[in-house]
Design a protein around this ligand. Structure first.
Ligand SMILES: [Zn+2]
Length: 284
């Protein structure tokens, strides 16, 4: 199939943000305030997606807002879409069909082909790629190794994001659960000194998660509301996956839900006995 050129432009929509502070919503006037950061212009945000269409569903508005604010958005697509055929005529070409749809979808959001990274793991087959091991012929490889921890550590050290976004592990699809778990452990690998052939260690990025199909594990912290133009762009980016015959119903359902997205901040809490001592201290 002939590759199609995509010409992304920064979308013209506008956005409103609210952050929950002590359980109460506070309006934030722009993305800088919403993300509680000093600046965004030199920032790289890495969006990790088990399947090609998860990110535009869960964060199609946020990604537009990030591009508008000057953030370098990098997208990492974990699986190759090989199980997503809806007719026997698609079966042989579905990986390439979905690859082209993916590039078109992200171009609609203002994200160019060079910002979309395909890891090429088999759709629905991530279980045997948990961890890191020497690669067999034909397996996705970085260095001479394969596995999600190998690939994520390589991506993190190469792209060097200050923030990482990933769907929650509450989704029922094993590809979502495995992607989330493997990314979390890879953040520690990437910040340490192991596997030096995968790149230089980086500071652990902040981590945020989005809901795609199932609820958050606990309440999210940030609300993004897009205007009508931004919402149409989000819906168009989802509709780009036209090989998926159920896509029209999905677009309609998301249209009915309205231009709202939510993001949950993920806190790493490493174990310390000090956290629990007060529970067992005699009451004074
Ligand atoms: Zn998915």
């Amino acid at each position: 199939m002939k590759p199609q050129t995509t010409h992304p432009t920064v979308t013209a929509g506008s956005f409103q943000f609210s952050r929950l502070v002590n359980g109460r919503p506070e309006k934030r006037s722009n993305l800088v305030d919403a993300m509680q950061t000093d600046e965004l212009k030199n920032a790289t945000w890495m969006f990790v997606s088990p399947h090609d269409d998860d990110l535009c569903i869960g964060a199609g508005l946020l990604m537009q807002a990030a591009v508008q604010a000057g953030v370098e958005v990098q997208v990492v697509i974990v699986t190759d879409g090989c199980l997503g055929y809806c007719g026997s005529d698609q079966k042989d070409d579905i990986i390439e069909i979905r690859r082209q749809e993916t590039l078109r979808s992200f171009a609609v959001l203002g994200i160019s082909n060079s910002q979309v990274n395909f890891l090429g793991f088999p759709d629905g087959g991530l279980t045997r790629f948990i961890g890191r091991r020497p690669a067999a012929e034909g397996e996705p490889m970085f260095g001479s190794y394969t596995g999600l921890q190998n690939a994520f550590t390589h991506s993190l050290r190469e792209l060097r994001p200050s923030r990482v976004f990933v769907p929650t592990k509450m989704d029922l699809h094993p590809d979502h659960q495995i992607t989330h778990n493997e990314l979390m452990i890879s953040l520690f690998h990437a910040s340490g000194k192991i596997w030096p052939e995968l790149g230089d260690p980086l500071d652990v990025p902040k981590v945020h998660e989005m809901a795609v199909y199932c609820d958050f594990p606990s309440d999210p912290h940030l609300e993004i509301v897009g205007d009508a133009a931004a919402f149409e762009v989000k819906l168009q980016s989802i509709a780009a996956y036209e090989s998926q015959l159920q896509i029209a119903e999905l677009v309609q359902r998301i249209r009915e839900d309205g231009p709202y997205e939510y993001i949950r901040d993920v806190e790493f809490r490493l174990y310390s006995p000090r956290r629990y001592r007060s529970l067992f201290s005699p009451q004074s």
